[in-house]
Design a protein around this ligand. Structure first.
Ligand code: GLY
Ligand code: MN
Ligand code: MN
Length: 433
């Protein structure tokens, strides 16, 4: 990988900072599942976006002043013994040479050096409240920097979340190619897994199909814990137990996407566990499908980011009125929000390095408009639990259809539409193999 891309992101970001300011981005630490058993290391997304550097316990400073030093990184020191156990470390020399930072130091020097780095600046920016213990660190360094010269002015501390988030909101070509690859892997996994569902006995065995299909194509980790929900479990929106036996007469909702080289994908498909939709399942499914298609069409440069939301609400309200599940007329029921009993989440979210990616949806009190390079999910759903006040025949049906959509110059590109959504195509795919 050419690390120049990360350097140019640092330079672009520093130009957006206030004059005479320092932006601090902490890297991730190693996380432990229990005792000393570590999870595979996952770098903080902001940190990776601006460095490509994947060692724990690191910290970066991006500086906007007239000194010509734009970036400083603190990294784990070279250590023969630690490298035998845990692998290669770049050390400060490697961080400058390979990762193109202007200066680099051992991370043991952070507390010593940071007040000096902040001394004389007007603002310190960092993502406030995002990393345990880091807020206090910044306050301590800033206080120490201010107290170096009591006759100078105080240093303001500002939240950098929007500045970085809005930079990450517009994906560059390199990011789009990685997200496309993540989406392709996940799409192939959905297709392969759907062919094998008829032989599966439990949610867990289906989950394992997806994880296997992701991993063998290079997406070792899911971008989020998969949701594999049989029947009414789909009405628990973030169901991740994935451990129940399948009832063959029920639907199965699978929300699963892999991460590929730090970038997410996020796909949901809902299909009959026995390979054939019942009449009731199909009627609800077709409403969600219509809402999904109409909402994808509304993802276009210049349209409001809430346009797909409104469209999905109206299609779902109308469909549920037609089935007698909501009583009343479209305008009034939409206004009242009756659909929220059955469609209680939003239409989608930004997607990038994080599955629920950063980037503001509003600016100065108004929803923003779609722009080229943004990627959003479109994922309407209808969830009818056994406690709903409806005819029994609808109970236990939970359906979501989710794709990942890139805003292009003249419309959009659905990055995950190779996985069938058409009910007849799903049924025929499920007969294969
Ligand atoms: N996979 C989580 C979501 O769809 O938002
Ligand atoms: Mn999603
Ligand atoms: Mn999802």
């Amino acid at each position: 990988m050419d690390n120049a891309i990360y350097k140019s992101r640092r330079i672009n970001l520093s130009e957006k900072l206030p004059k005479n300011s320092v932006l601090l981005i902490p890297g991730a630490n190693t996380q432990y599942r229990n005792a000393d058993s570590a999870y595979a290391f996952r770098q903080d997304s902001n940190f990776y976006y601006l460095s490509g550097f994947c060692e724990p316990d690191s910290l970066m400073a991006i500086i906007n002043n007239d000194d010509g030093i734009n970036s400083i990184i603190f990294v784990p020191p070279k250590d023969k013994l630690k490298e035998i156990w845990d692998g290669h470390r770049s050390g400060p020399i490697g961080a400058v040479k390979e990762f193109l930072f202007d200066k680099a130091y051992d991370n043991s020097e952070i507390d010593n050096m940071m007040p000096e780095i902040l001394f004389g600046c007007d603002q310190v920016l960092y993502p406030i409240g995002k990393k345990n213990g880091f807020d206090q660190k910044v306050i301590d360094w800033t206080t120490e920097a201010s107290s170096k010269d009591r006759h100078s002015k105080s240093i303001n501390i500002l939240d950098a979340s929007s500045t970085i988030g809005n930079a990450r909101l517009i994906k560059d070509d390199h990011e789009i190619s990685l997200i496309k690859k993540a989406c392709d892997i996940s799409a192939e996994a959905h297709i392969e897994a759907m062919k094998n569902v008829k032989n599966a006995e439990s949610e867990q065995s289906i989950e394992s199909l997806y994880v296997y299909e992701f991993s063998k194509r290079g997406g070792r980790f899911p971008a989020y814990t998969p949701i594999v929900a049989g029947g009414e479990n789909a009405c628990v929106l973030h169901y991740i137990e994935n451990n129940k036996k399948l009832n063959k007469n029920e639907l199965l909702l699978v929300d699963a996407g892999c991460e590929y080289e730090m970038y997410a994908s996020d796909i949901t498909r809902t299909f009959p566990a026995n390979g054939k939709f019942s009449d009731e399942q199909l009627q609800i499914y077709n409403i969600v499908l219509e809402a999904q298609k109409a909402s994808v069409d509304a993802v276009s440069k210049g349209n409001g980011v809430m346009d797909p939301q409104t469209i999905s609400e109206k299609v779902i309200t109308e469909g549920l009125i037609d089935l007698g599940i909501i009583k009343g007329n479209l305008e009034e029921e939409h206004e009242k929000g009756s659909f929220k009993d059955f469609y209680m989440h939003k239409i989608g979210h930004w997607m990038g390095m994080d599955v629920h990616d950063v980037g503001d949806y509003m600016h100065e009190g108004e929803f923003i408009k779609f722009d080229e390079g943004m990627i959003t999910t479109i994922e309407p759903g209808i969830y009818i639990s056994s406690t709903s006040d409806v005819d029994d025949k609808w109970k236990g049906i939970g359906i979501r259809i989710e794709d990942d959509v890139l805003v292009t110059k003249d419309g959009n590109k659905n990055l995950t539409d190779t996985v069938p959504t058409d009910p007849a195509e799903i049924e025929s795919l499920m007969q294969e193999s």
